[in-house]
Every structure is written in C-alpha cells, then in structure tokens.
Design a protein around this ligand. Structure first.
Ligand code: BYC
Length: 474
C-alpha cells in the first residue's frame, strides 16, 4: 500500500476519509513540532541530513534516501499491510477474529500499554538531544538523527492509535506525551531508563544496544496483539527499529576495536595507559555494560506480574514470536523463578506461566544481548588478550521485581549496603569514568574523519562512501 505524501500528515490509513480524526491530528501536529524544536536535537536543526524515509511499507519502498532538514522530515502514520482473516494467536480468545476496534472491557489496559510505549519514543529523543554537539563523525551524526526522527515517527504511531481509538481520553494522553520530559523532577517519563541522562556517545551506543533491544522485544509482543491496528503499527515500527540496534551493536564493536588497536600499539592492557592514549579501557566498557543492561532489564516489569497475566489472557500482549510456542494458552504450566529467600540467598518459586510472561520475554532478551557480548569477546581473543566481557546477573542493580532494591554483586550474590557502597565504583561507571568518557567527546565533522576513541565504520550508509558528506552543516 503506497503512502500518501500529498497530505499534511503522510499516511496509509485513508486519513482523508475521516475528517474528525484528521482535524484532531492536524491540531496535535504543531504541538509535536514545537516539542521537536524545544526538546529534539539541540544543534544542526538547519542542516541537510542524509535520511531514510518510508515511501511505502513493503520491502521496496520503506527505505528511500535523500537530503532532508530534520524539522521538515515527513512524520506520518504507516501501518503494515493487514493480514487477511487474522486470528488471535494466544490467550483465552485464541482463534477468534482480531479486533478492529477496542473492546470496552480492555480499553483502559490497552490505553495504558499504548501510552507506556508512546512515552518512551519522545523520551529517547530528549535524552539524546545534546549528542550532536560532540559527534565522533558525520556518519555517526547522521545515524543519531536517523534514530531521532524515527523515534519521533514512532510517537506519531502511538498518537494515531490514541486519537483514532480512544476518543477524548486518547487526545488528552497524546498531549501528556509531549508534557512529560526525560529527567524532569515534576513530570518525568514513565519508565526508569528513559529518565537516565545520555551525555556521551558511549552511553548512546549502550542505549541503542540494550534499551532499543527492549523496544524490539516489547514491539514484537505488541505486534501479537488482538487489537489489529496496534499489531500493524508495531510490525512496521520493527522494520525501522532494526537499524537502531545496528547503531548500538556496530558502535560498541568500533569502540572495542579501537581500544584493542591502542592496547596493541602500547603493548599494554593497563587502563590508565589506554586512557592516556585517548581510548576507552575495557574495564570501563564493562561498567557501562553493567549500567545499561541492568537498567534495561527493569523495562520488562516484575518477574511475577498479574498485569502481564491479564494482558496475555485477554489477548492484548503476547510473547515475542508467539507462533514459535507450542501452546498458546499457557495454562497449567509454570515457570521456576529465583526469588530472594530472605536470608541473603535465593530460592526457586514455581509461578503460573501467565504470571511469568515478563520473565519469559526477559530471558529471551538476555540471550539476545549475549550474542553481541560474545562477538566482542571474539575480537578480544583474536587480539590475544584474556579479558572477557560478561553480562551481569539479572539480579544485579534491579529496581523492579523480586530483586528490586536487593543489593547484589554483578554475579548476583547478595551484599550488604556497605559492601555495595564500597564496591560500586568497580561495578558501575564512577564520576571519574564519566568525566573521562566525556573528555573524549570532541566534535569531528570533517567528511571521512573519525574521533580517536572509536574505529571508523566498515561500510557507509546505503552504499555511500565513508567520506560522504552525510550531514551538510550549511
Ligand atoms: N520503570 O506488573 P508490572 C522502546 C511499573 S522500549 C518504572 O511488572 P507490567 C524504546 C509498572 O508500570 C519498550 N516503572 O508491570 C527503546 C507497574 O506500575 P503500576 C517500551 C515500571 O505492566 C529505545 C508496576 O511497575 N514499551 O520502545 O507487567 C528508544 C508493576 O509492574 C518499570 C513497553 O514497555 C520500569 N522499568 O510490565 C525508544 C511496552 N517496569 O501499575 C523506544 C508497553 C514496571 O504499579 N509496556 N514498572 O503503577 C508494558 O508492556 C508494561 O507496562 C511493562 C511493565 C512491560 C513496561
């Protein structure tokens, strides 16, 4: 289905046929643009950026490249094509037809899920707004802006659902999505990770590796939803999301490569020597992994969740790739979950499978996160060093769920508050680590040049050369 770019709001949902909805969205549009100006990328608003824009939702049309000024990006409403005779794939209504409207009894739960998803999109743009100032290359700057405009579009995707299917409540929620701000003490974003500052590019790459990957798993779960418009919009968002995780995975890989080059040249693994040569030592990278991984684990919710059970039962939110599971009702099954035993250790508790859905998804996410970690470890091994990265235990530094506020070390063994205080700087980025990483963040904007703390990318965007002027600063 082609996208209609003649409209003020590009779309493939026949917006022109629904005047009331069109007017409501056209009313919201200037609020969005004001928000973008105030809270979006702080520099280079007037620059021409080599951006990917969707012209159709199929394989051929979803990625067309050209120079665009970010405020002129055509944010629109694009849903994946409908699946004919789509049926509910899990829960109590398995096999029934999917819903084209919101059933009254599920209205508030669905609105809550859509608002939570929608809240993360502008939050991430806010978190990243200062990064343009210190880009390590034009290639990276362009990738940052691509991620930012697409998160803006994902906000549009959720706002369309709120306006189109939730009446006045939905319109109010859409305004609130622009009123809450990342890190705002009075009106913060809903989920913890989205209030963490991102002031350096290492954090940006960690965020796009770990936090965008949560996005992928959550979108896959929502793509299973019986509410078909939500499913279709999430399916299209997932095609864009893949690039965000590429930015994270390739970004961290390039940092590791550069560090290894410096270690080789110095013939030393000494973190201080590596830092003196302007690269980020491996133990510091491990502390950033510990921080962003543990924060992102909380985004899956509590291990034992009645919310998750009722979302699954009612067909609102499934498991990622639900079709791969043998049994779509998940009744009469349980999952053993490790919980604190109250004596400083852990004990197993059998939890009904539906209540353990958050944990099922989190476990799949952890396995997926580990793929990149093993790839980085191969690079280190090939370079002849013994250092290995590892994901900390899922009990480490949790705020949500059974391990929330339980002090443990990165292996998941309980420690006292005092031990935590004493050891924290070995486990998480310290003030000095952050100051050091920030000291490396110097803007590089000469085409083809890359900052000294990160290796150049292997290939350009859309087959363009590495020294292509991906952003024309004007
Ligand atoms: N921080 O029963 P529980 C993305 C709250 S990222 C703060 O376990 P549930 C993206 C929870 O709201 C993906 N609060 O919750 C990435 C609940 O509050 P109430 C975003 C938290 O519902 C990068 C209470 O704790 N999408 O797209 O099973 C860039 C009890 O929790 C947190 C979604 O999240 C937290 N981390 O699970 C851009 C999908 N975790 O009721 C974009 C939609 C939980 O006590 N959301 N709480 O006030 C959901 O599916 C669910 O809301 C959650 C929570 C999975 C987040």
């Amino acid at each position: 289905m082609a996208l209609d770019y003649r409209e003020l709001i590009p779309n493939n949902v026949d917006l022109g046929d629904n005047r009331a909805l069109q007017r409501a969205l056209e009313h919201w549009q200037p609020h969005f643009l004001d928000w973008w100006k105030e809270m979006g990328p702080a520099v280079f608003a007037g620059a021409d950026v080599y951006l990917r824009t969707a012209t159709a939702v199929d394989e051929k049309g979803w990625a067309s490249y050209g120079m665009v000024k970010m405020p002129e990006y055509r944010w629109g409403i694009f849903l994946a094509d409908p699946v004919p005779d789509r049926r509910i794939g899990f829960g109590d209504a398995f096999g029934e037809s999917v819903w084209q409207q919101v059933p009254g009894e599920h209205r508030s739960a669905l609105r809550r899920l859509i608002v939570t998803q929608g809240d993360t999109e502008p939050a991430s743009v806010e978190q990243q707004r200062q990064l343009g100032d210190t880009c390590p290359s034009l290639y990276d700057l362009r990738n940052l802006f691509q991620v930012n405009v697409e998160e803006g579009r994902h906000l549009w995707a959720m706002v369309y659902l709120l306006h189109g299917y939730f009446g006045r409540d939905g319109r109010e929620e859409a305004e609130e999505l622009l009123a809450r701000h990342s890190g705002d003490p009075d009106k913060p974003r809903i989920l913890g990770t989205f209030n963490e500052p991102i002031t350096d590019w290492l954090s940006f790459f960690m965020f796009t590796y770990f936090t965008d990957r949560d996005g992928r798993f959550q979108l896959k779960s929502l793509a299973e939803s019986a509410f078909d418009p939500l499913s279709r919009t999430c399916r299209f968002m997932l095609t864009e999301e893949a690039f965000h995780m590429f930015v994270g995975a390739s970004g961290i890989t390039r940092v590791v490569r550069r560090t290894l080059e410096v270690m080789k040249a110095l013939a030393s693994e000494d973190p201080a020597a590596v830092r003196n040569s302007g690269a980020i030592d491996l133990p510091t990278l491990q502390r950033y992994i510990n921080f962003w991984f543990s924060s992102s684990l909380d985004l899956f919710g509590a291990e034992i969740s009645s919310n998750a059970a009722s979302y699954f039962a009612s067909g609102l939110k499934g498991r990622p790739d639900e079709a791969r599971f043998a049994d779509h009702s998940a009744t009469g099954q349980s999952l053993r979950i490790e919980v604190p035993d109250g004596k400083g250790g852990a004990t197993g508790e059998d939890v009904p499978m539906r209540s353990a859905m958050n944990e099922v998804t989190r476990a799949a996410y952890v396995r997926d996160c580990d793929v990149g970690v093993q790839r980085w470890n191969r690079l280190i091994a090939e370079a002849g060093y013994d250092f290995r990265f590892r994901l900390p235990s899922t009990r480490f530094r949790r705020s949500i769920g059974v391990w929330g506020k339980v002090w443990t070390d990165p292996d998941g063994y309980p420690v006292t508050g005092g031990e935590w205080q004493a050891k924290q700087r070995d486990w998480l980025p310290s003030t000095e680590d952050r100051a050091f990483v920030n000291s490396l963040m110097q803007r590089v904007t000469e085409p083809g040049k890359v900052a000294g703390w990160i290796a150049p990318p292997e290939i350009g965007i859309n087959n363009a050369p590495l020294d292509y002027e991906y952003v024309r600063l004007n």
